[in-house]
Design a protein around this ligand. Structure first.
Ligand SMILES: Cc1cc2nc3c(=O)[nH]c(=O)nc-3n(C[C@H](O)[C@H](O)[C@H](O)COP(=O)(O)O)c2cc1C
Length: 207
């Protein structure tokens, strides 16, 4: 397996915890003061069920930070305020044919703030179908600057028995792995890096 593909959920969690520390330091320094004018403060919101979207969000954050940007990675919820950031990326996974309806409501609530800053959406599913993202964004009434679809993972070892059987049946129909004794990752980390790089370029162009 390629080194990039071994990036796991646990690493993501460690990263997210480290992110909390960075925020504290930033607050002590007086909000965003002290950062260079070309550096953007980016919010990455993610909605996940089994953790793969969090892994992808963490990888995007890593890439943006390597380009000198400050990134907060947060699980999407009621207390996220896109208006406090220079740019926003939202990622969500697909279950039973849909991205979460509650996330649609969150995006609608922050619609104005999202329209006013560079933004991107990434969709994570087994089939990596564009249709999920297209329908979701239309219903959320949000037109981000960039949209990407990434293949996710089958995390059989984390599913309870019924879910495992169900997902195995879906996987069999779609020609995906049916060995439930282990997890199977389909994410193309090169595409994730490319998406992050393109977003960084967008931020540089706006500076
Ligand atoms: C119960 C269940 C239903 C799913 N339904 C779909 C689906 O309708 N279409 C699809 O392409 N992928 C589907 N998937 C695959 C998930 O999108 C994939 O596992 C993804 O990596 C989950 O991301 P997350 O770990 O961030 O939640 C499903 C997975 C599960 C466990």
């Amino acid at each position: 397996m390629a080194a990039e593909a071994t990036f796991g959920f646990e690493q993501s969690l460690r990263r997210l915890r480290a992110g909390a520390g960075r925020k504290e330091r930033r607050d002590k320094g007086g909000g965003q003061r002290g950062y260079s004018s070309t550096m953007a403060h980016v919010l990455i919101l993610y909605a996940t069920v089994e953790g793969q979207t969090a892994c992808i969000a963490a990888r995007i954050a890593e890439r943006l930070e390597a380009r000198g940007h400050a990134v907060d990675v947060r699980e999407a919820g009621a207390d996220n305020d896109p208006a406090a950031y220079d740019a926003v990326i939202v990622g969500a996974s697909v279950h039973y044919g849909h991205h979460p309806a509650w996330l649609r409501a969150v995006l609608r609530r922050h619609g104005e703030a999202l329209e006013r800053r560079p933004s991107a959406f990434f969709s994570v599913s087994l089939s990596a179908q564009e249709g999920y993202a297209t329908r979701f964004l239309r219903q959320a009434r949000w037109r981000p600057d960039a949209v990407a679809v990434f293949a996710g993972a089958l995390k059989y070892t984390r599913y309870r028995w019924f879910k495992r059987l169900l997902v195995r049946a879906f996987a069999w129909m779609g020609g995906h792995a049916t060995d439930t004794s282990r997890d199977h990752e389909y994410t193309d980390w090169g595409s994730v890096a490319h998406f992050a790089g393109a977003f960084a370029q967008r931020l540089a162009a706006r500076a």
